[in-house]
Design a protein around this ligand. Structure first.
Ligand SMILES: [Zn+2]
Ligand SMILES: [Zn+2]
Length: 432
């Protein structure tokens, strides 16, 4: 007897297949069996064990994908674990996430990759993918075991937290990566330009007496990498771009049809450097919050189709560490559980994107970037589905977070758009 899950009467949005209509979705034995029509109308009879979910007035979309999270395991389990992060992820509608390798120790060989995968499977919440480090211990000197990690299932490589500084090392990494057809992702930041900066460089940093990180630090490395991609043709992904200058570089990249993609975080769409005025370390993030003109440029870039994906860069930290002074506190925002509402606020409410446009940047596009066969409701695909109430209003309360960490500047924000159910492989793994 097959297990069936029938999601009825929802507004089904599947951007990859250009579907946006009210219809049913049928999942059989964990796979998408049918999208469209009204299953009952056809008087279909079934012998199978069927669960019915009524999704009237709700959005039924491919499971959301976040290609940039930090789950801190191994090494910093008091901040987050793969289990706690996975639970937070399904509560936020994400059926697939990609863990960054800057754990302690870093993910740099096949055993480390298998460890993350195993923990993810054991938790049975979201699908957990991982990127391996480009260089050993993320030091930017010697290449890590990229081939073995790719064989073990790493879906890409990055030294996130840092960019690869040495252009010769980066070129070698790209040539090597070419052999296994995986994506190379980069935290674009030139350390020499960034120096010991802790917020965006400029007027506000000067007033606050804090060292700044000039946008040029990001743009210089992105420009350099574009030249390297022209040479190697490797799939390359610029993580969390944050400046108007980076947007202009991406505009040129798209004209030349280079295999280069980029992502933007919620915080770079909603917050600016001025938020740092009270020395509140919840606003200390890397790359730093930029100027209003940068935020506007990122939004325009999304409207123009230059941004390929939205990603949270969920970076949990202990309260005791975030309570240090601004100079000493760690960089990062834990924003996974409010991501959808934040994107609605940043992009749908001002009319920059409609729902299909937003869902594309959270499903089909990120799946394509990391090369996984997900992000659509095509027949035969894994039954990963997120059901969203687009009108539900709610208030962010960090005390209710499933994530272990509370370093989130959105506490008290009123948001619209809430995840109702998250279905992974045909199984309801989260219910509001
Ligand atoms: Zn980063
Ligand atoms: Zn990151």
């Amino acid at each position: 007897m097959a297990a069936e899950l029938l999601i009825k009467n929802g507004r089904v949005i599947d951007p990859a297949n250009n579907i946006d209509k009210e219809c049913d979705v049928l999942i059989v034995d964990g796979k998408i069996a049918e999208v469209g029509g009204k299953t009952e109308d056809r008087g279909q009879k079934t012998e199978n064990c069927r669960t019915v979910v009524d999704a009237a007035d709700k959005l039924v979309v491919p499971g959301l994908i976040d290609i940039h999270v930090h789950f801190r395991e191994p090494g910093d389990e008091e901040e987050e674990t793969i289990a706690s992060g996975s639970k937070a992820a399904v509560a936020a509608g994400f059926t697939s996430v990609v863990c960054m390798p800057n754990t302690n120790p870093a993910v740099e060989n096949e055993t480390d990759v298998e460890y993350v995968h195993r923990k993810g499977r054991q938790t049975r919440k979201t699908h957990v993918y991982v990127m391996g480090a480009i260089t050993k211990n993320r030091e930017g000197v010697e290449l890590a075991e990229m081939g073995l990690m790719a064989e073990a299932g790493a879906i890409g490589f990055t030294d996130d937290g840092n960019g690869v500084q040495d252009p010769a090392v980066m070129l070698r990494a790209l040539k090597y990566a070419k052999m296994f057809n995986v994506v190379i992702a980069q935290h674009c930041q030139d350390d020499k330009i960034a120096g010991n900066g802790v917020m965006n460089a400029g007027y506000h940093a000067t007033i606050l007496g804090l060292p700044g990180i000039d946008g040029l630090a990001e743009e210089a490395m992105l420009w350099r990498d574009i030249q390297l991609i022209k040479r190697t043709g490797v799939r390359y992904h610029a993580q969390h771009i944050s400046t108007a200058g980076s947007v202009e570089l991406m505009r040129a990249v798209k004209k030349e049809s280079l295999p280069i993609t980029c992502e933007v975080t919620p915080h770079h769409l909603l917050l600016t450097e001025e938020c740092c005025a009270e020395y509140d370390t919840n606003y200390k993030v890397n790359p730093p919050l930029r100027r209003t003109s940068d935020v506007e440029a990122l939004k325009q870039a999304i409207a123009d189709g230059l941004i390929d994906a939205l990603a949270t860069d969920h970076a949990p930290h202990l309260q005791s560490e975030k309570e240090l002074e601004f100079l000493a506190a760690p960089f990062g925002i834990a924003g996974l559980e409010c991501a959808l509402g934040l994107y609605v606020k940043a992009l749908i409410e001002p009319g920059i994107l409609d729902w299909p446009g937003l869902i594309r940047l959270m499903t089909a596009n990120p799946a394509r970037i990391i090369g996984i066969d997900k992000g659509t409701l095509s027949r035969g695909k894994q039954g990963d589905v997120t059901i969203i109430d687009p009108d539900a209003e709610w208030t962010v309360d960090v005390k209710k977070f499933i994530s272990k960490s509370r370093n989130c500047p959105y506490h008290g924000w009123k948001l619209k758009g809430k995840v109702e159910k998250t279905i992974v492989g045909g199984e309801v793994r989260f219910e509001a």
